[in-house]
Unconditional design. Structure first.
Length: 64
């Protein structure tokens, strides 16, 4: 973190503070898709891909 002045008792920065160093995690950004027909939106995946994404992790979890 870069400080401009420490003499006045306040710290002003020219860069964003590293929030992980301060012990605070940033809020996650919401997921946004490019419209209703975006192929990366899980609601638009074909049925095979949705089942694959459900069964494979479930079986791996069961095996572990």
């Amino acid at each position: 973190m870069k400080t401009d002045s420490l003499q006045s008792g306040s710290i002003s920065t020219t860069e964003k503070p590293d929030v992980y160093v301060m012990g605070v995690t940033p809020a996650p950004e919401p997921l946004n898709w490019d419209g209703r027909d975006d192929p990366e939106n899980p609601f638009n995946w074909p049925l095979k891909k949705r089942w694959y994404g459900t069964i494979v992790p479930g079986l791996l979890c069961l095996l572990v």
